[in-house]
Design a protein around this ligand. Structure first.
Ligand code: NIG
Ligand code: FE
Length: 413
């Protein structure tokens, strides 16, 4: 929080730490302790080795609880009006996600509801969702625009995302996703709409509304050529890019995004071998979205084994949005990444910590190490694999953001 006072030097003791400090393994420390000064971790290790000079102002006995890095959700569409429960019902009588989108529903119906909502309503709706995510340990989130689809409403949604970062105890990274769908006003003129999207980016950047740029590259989204135009503009402005790539078909979007050194390519069910090779060469993170895979009943799995063998870092996100993934639990995504995508619990955990940080270009979080941000999730569990194993209930008993304990339970506020 921007106005928060510097947190007092604090010692958390009687903890089991899962640090993810090395390239592999959980980095478990039993009978551990952690010291934060301000928003940074200054020491961690076995409690027996705690330096006598630590002198904390505040001491918190965790009674053996498990401490992990605060969770990072690297792909969400948290700011929008309305819901798509009726569309969910339609899908249960036979319509597909793609058919609904082509018939003017889908993303465009959320655009209508979002444009009709006030700034305050958008903020309050998103803040409620935020509290649910935070109650299960999320301390950093990426939030995309993409339900405004004109200059004013896109800027409004990005400003709401920024306000969520300023007023709630978590970090928000914003992504401009004007190229999410073709708004009704531009029907039949997608290239003209892409010109518009490109023209907004400089102003969004000057107003400090945007940290990265994304495009939905697919048959119901935009073509690779249109994606390239947005990415060229982003590159000219020095903004990093990400891509909704190969979700419903293979457009070789991942290869294109890798050319631009993309931070991440997301979804990836239809990713090709060439795409994997390009992502690996560019150091692009694969962000997998088991919630969307599940909810639109996709049957094609992302090429997990090939990604693993290539050494492409894998992250996991909720993809929270009203159409393809109305999920608000990152621990549930850990379970689904394991059951649906066959990730190991450790891979899934790295996906919401260290690799999620990388997907956002953040080097100061995602692991427990001296010098990193003191963003922590505290669990009533003996081992992090338990949190991937359970579903429908996550035993999160507390969290710390920038060295300060967050009130719990946040969801009931
Ligand atoms: O990540 N694929 C495009 N965008 C979202 C869905 C948005 C929506 O249906 O409202 C996604 O799945
Ligand atoms: Fe998405």
């Amino acid at each position: 929080m921007s106005n928060a006072r510097k947190p007092a030097r604090t010692l958390w003791r009687s903890a089991r730490l899962a640090t993810f400090a090395e390239e592999s393994g959980w980095g478990l420390i039993d009978n551990g302790a952690l010291v934060a000064d301000g928003d940074r971790i200054v020491w961690l290790g076995r409690e027996a080795d705690l330096p006598a000079t630590t002198l904390p102002r505040l001491e918190i006995d965790l009674g053996g609880a498990l401490v992990t890095p605060g969770l990072i959700d690297p792909h969400t569409h948290l700011v929008y009006g309305g819901d798509r429960a009726a569309e969910f019902e339609l899908r249960l009588t036979g319509a597909t996600y793609e058919q609904i989108a082509r018939a003017g529903g889908g993303i465009r119906s959320t655009v209508r509801a979002t444009r009709a909502a006030s700034d305050e309503a958008l903020f309050q709706l998103a803040a409620q969702r935020a509290r649910v995510l935070m109650a299960e340990g999320v301390t950093t989130i990426e939030i995309k625009s993409g339900y405004g689809l004109d200059q004013v409403h896109e800027a409004r949604c990005l400003a709401v995302a920024r306000r969520l970062g300023a007023e709630l105890p978590w970090s928000v990274r914003t992504t401009s996703l004007g190229a999410h769908a073709l708004p009704d006003e531009f029907a039949g003129r997608p290239d003209d709409y892409i010109d518009e999207v490109c023209s907004w980016l400089a102003t969004q950047q000057q107003s400090r509304l945007v940290d990265a740029v994304d495009v939905f590259c697919d048959t119901i989204g935009f073509t690779p050529d249109q994606t390239r135009r947005v990415f060229d503009r982003a590159r000219a402005l020095g903004l990093p890019v990400k891509l909704h790539a190969e979700q419903l078909s293979n457009q070789e979007g991942a290869r294109l995004a890798a050319e631009y050194g993309a931070l991440s390519c997301d979804h990836l069910e239809y990713l090709s071998d060439e795409g994997i090779a390009a992502m690996r060469a560019a150091g692009t993170v694969a962000v997998l979205l088991p919630g969307a895979y599940y909810f639109i009943r996709e049957t094609r799995l992302p090429p997990i084994q090939a990604l693993r063998e290539a050494g492409v870092p894998i992250a996991i996100a909720t993809d929270h949005n009203p159409g393809s993934s109305p999920a608000l639990s990152l621990p549930l995504m850990l379970n689904m990444a394991c059951t649906l995508f066959r990730l190991t619990p450790e891979e899934a955990w790295r996906g919401v910590t260290v690799n999620a940080a990388r997907a956002l270009g953040l080097a100061d979080r995602g692991r427990l190490l001296a010098g990193m941000r003191a963003d922590l999730a505290i669990w009533n569990a003996e081992h992090p694999r338990e949190i991937a194993y359970r579903f429908g209930h996550a035993p999160c008993v507390g969290s710390v953001f920038g060295g300060a304990s967050r009130p719990a339970p946040l969801a009931s506020q």
